[in-house]
Design a protein. Structure first.
Ligand SMILES: Cc1cc2nc3c(=O)[nH]c(=O)nc-3n(C[C@H](O)[C@H](O)[C@H](O)COP(=O)(O)O)c2cc1C
Ligand SMILES: CC(C)CC(=O)C(=O)O
Length: 361
């Protein structure tokens, strides 16, 4: 199996509009390829005659032990891909020793997901106008043993996504964001020609007025570490550190938000430099090979997240498929460690990559 096989199988199994929702991007879809192209242009600089008879891909992220610097990005509605949804994903992530970031729009309850998980869980949030619902989710996540909160900051609204608009995409009946009340999620359902219900829902329910000052409200609610997802500039990284965040996820939202943005791998070096070790940094978007993990680590990331490949695995064969996808990435990473002369994650340094000009600070 390769990731391509999982992808082809998922495409074959899922209804067209669901596939388009998973695979699609915003605007001209320029960002579906931009990050990938940047990653491909980064070349690895291996060292030789290093003892790599034992390679250990293990690491720690926000205090949690991981089998490799790898996690699953938050994605809404895993039940679109498999009836067990996030429960299957959590089992697989635990088995592989990978982090799972659960979307606020998960289609299984936080408690069921936590019961199936044997590895660390983070909860992702969009800032809803209904702060009482955010507070409730945060308290439930704490009680269920989630280890961190991820606030997605690149989506004051869901961007225009031509495929979803053309399909009049709506969340199918029978699949729900079960951690939120049906009234608040109603706009996500019910197809209308030429309009994405996901986008309509975000305009109705997301609070687009929040600013850095509002983070204090979230921080006072909980002692869980706060991670911001979607930061793409050194300026915002600096502000995030000043506001006491524990981590940043450098991300273009898988090409689904700002079209023509600088891509996440291009921004990573400037963000790592700005942060200067004051919080952890994770790269997200287009991670499709173990070598991508190595490249991210050399540029100073602590870990990476993969998104769509996990859903391809889930659509292919449920928990087994997700575990297969994670295993592929981790096995490839281990091989890259050996061939790079980097027996531990700490051995990946800036000298391990030749960066194209687009990725230089
Ligand atoms: C179907 C789908 C649903 C997503 N849902 C969310 C979400 O609920 N919250 C969020 O912060 N990001 C969401 N994302 C973005 C991912 O977290 C991640 O940034 C992106 O998928 C990474 O790129 P990749 O798919 O190329 O690995 C979603 C992405 C996809 C493909
Ligand atoms: C339900 C959506 C808001 C989930 C999302 O973030 C996405 O589709 O990119």
């Amino acid at each position: 199996m390769t990731l391509r096989t999982y992808e082809a199988a998922a495409k074959g199994r899922l209804p067209g509009p669901v596939w388009d929702f998973l695979a699609g991007g915003s605007g001209t879809e320029s960002m579906l390829t931009a990050g990938r192209e940047a990653l491909d242009r980064i070349r690895l600089r291996p060292r030789c005659l290093v003892d790599v008879s034992r390679c250990d891909p293990g690491t720690e992220l926000l205090g949690a032990r991981l089998a490799a610097p790898l996690g699953i990005a938050p994605m809404a509605y895993h039940r679109l891909a498999d009836p067990e949804g996030e429960v299957a994903t959590a089992r697989a992530a635990g088995e592989a020793g990978a982090l799972l970031t659960v979307s606020m729009f998960a289609s299984r309850t936080l408690e069921d997901i936590a019961a199936a998980a044997s590895g660390p869980l983070w909860l992702q949030l969009y800032w809803l106008k209904r702060r009482d619902l955010l507070a409730d989710l945060v308290h439930r996540a704490e009680a269920a043993g989630f280890r961190a909160l991820v606030l997605t900051v690149d989506a004051p609204r869901v961007a225009s996504r031509p495929r979803d608009a053309a399909n009049g995409f709506a969340v199918p009946a029978g699949i729900r964001a079960v951690n939120l009340s049906p009234e608040v999620m109603a706009a996500s359902h019910g197809s209308r020609d030429g309009e994405s219900a996901i986008a309509r829902h975000s305009m109705e329910q997301f609070d687009a007025s929040i600013t850095w000052d509002d983070l204090a409200w979230l921080r006072e609610l909980t002692s869980l570490p706060l991670v911001l997802k979607g930061v793409l500039t050194a300026e915002d990284a600096e502000l995030a550190v000043k506001h006491g965040v524990s981590g940043l996820i450098v991300s273009n939202h898988g090409g689904r938000q700002l079209d023509f943005a600088t891509s996440a791998p291009e921004c990573l070096p400037e963000i790592v430099a700005a942060v200067d070790g004051r919080c952890q940094v994770v790269l997200d978007g287009g991670i499709r090979h173990g070598a991508d993990i190595a490249k991210a680590l050399c540029m100073g990331a602590d870990a990476v997240l993969t998104g769509r490949p996990a859903l391809w695995g889930l659509a292919h064969s449920g928990a087994e498929g997700v575990a297969g996808v994670l295993r592929l990435l981790i096995d490839e990473f281990e091989e890259v460690m050996a061939l790079m002369g980097a027996p531990t994650v700490a051995d990946f340094a800036p000298s391990g990559v030749a960066l194209p000009t687009c990725c230089r600070t």
